[in-house]
Ligand binder design. Sequence first.
Ligand SMILES: [Zn+2]
Length: 423
Amino acid sequence: MHFSAKVAKSKGRARSVGYLLRIAAVALIALQAWPGPARATSVDVAKPLTASDARIAGDRVRTRVVFEFDRDFAFSTHYVTRPDRIIIDLPAANFSLPVDSLKGAGLFQDIRYGTMDEDSARIVLTATKPARLLSAEVLPNEDGKGYRLTLEAEAVSAADYAKLVAEQSWTASGKGDRINTPAPSGTTTPADGRFVVAVDAGHGGIDAGASGVTTGKPEKEITLAAARDLVERLNKEEGIRAFLTRDGDEFLSLSERVNIARQHQAQLFVSLHADMLKQKDIRGATVYTISDKASDRMADDLAHRENLSDEVAGVSLQDAPSGVADILLDLTRRETQAFSVAMARTVVSSFEGQVGLINNPHRYAGFRVLQAHDIPSVLLELGFLSNPEDEKLLLDEAWRKKVADLLAAAVARYKAGAIPNGG
Ligand SMILES: [Zn+2]
């Protein structure tokens, strides 16, 4: 059995406890927020809800958003800032909505929905101006077919919105809002002496990332396929143990990814991506390390977009670290940074002549997912989904396996340099 299987199991246990807590929280909030007869929370855990249609109508004073579901369910709502968003948390759901059924309109400029983890889904309404829910309810349709979630929002003043945010009972129970607590033993060598590598598939769940210019394939699927290939390949290396931060279509906040790496005492963190650029002719791989000052405009833009991942999923940034600028201060961090740079260079030299690289393939910028001060971290853009040739390669299993081979070789060489005794 691979280590990744063990990780998945213990994660499952953690989730089920979290799920019970979440049900309790949902029930509590539902009672507090929507007084009236309490609805039975008959949550069918086995089968996700299905949303088959949705619509939005209204103006900048009042806007209504409706989702059509197959059955009744309990949900909770809360408000976050920067930017102002209304979050609706619901049980696991499949959203098979017609394309463009929910374009921004009225009070909302953007509406997203999707999986948070195996037990829950989320809808995020990003407001054009502060707005609150006048009502939110699930009602049976008159024709007896299915239920509709109706969200009725109205514009409020900035002061009223701030009050709403401050007074809401929702605290840190929601997924992705956990405080970024440092692990007590992040730098300890794991018991079996093997070199532990966290492989992080970028994006996931509600955050689909970029999409292929030709096929529309979401980045989150490509990164997961590449991450699985890499973990499998790394686990064949002597003295290396690799695991996935996510092994399914679920959302992880940027700091959760780092926390998972710490929990498993990772000694190296590799985040895989395949983003898109406005300049469609640019192609090839790039390796990024963290820095408070970006190497160039492109790196800065990419980091900015990657850092939006939490925002897309409605994670409040209040608990996030205060800024990348603080990160490089102490010695541990400098040492970690030196190792990150060494890893980036090793990957570049491993790819040279084998995998297409962009000009100046080692770049740096303020990626929040690379924030661990104690774990050397790199973010690898395997290629760009905005370029048709890169897209073709990214979807090609044989190419991904080749990349996994080269990356595994790079990790082995890095490990040999990082740990003189070979671990
Ligand atoms: Zn990405």
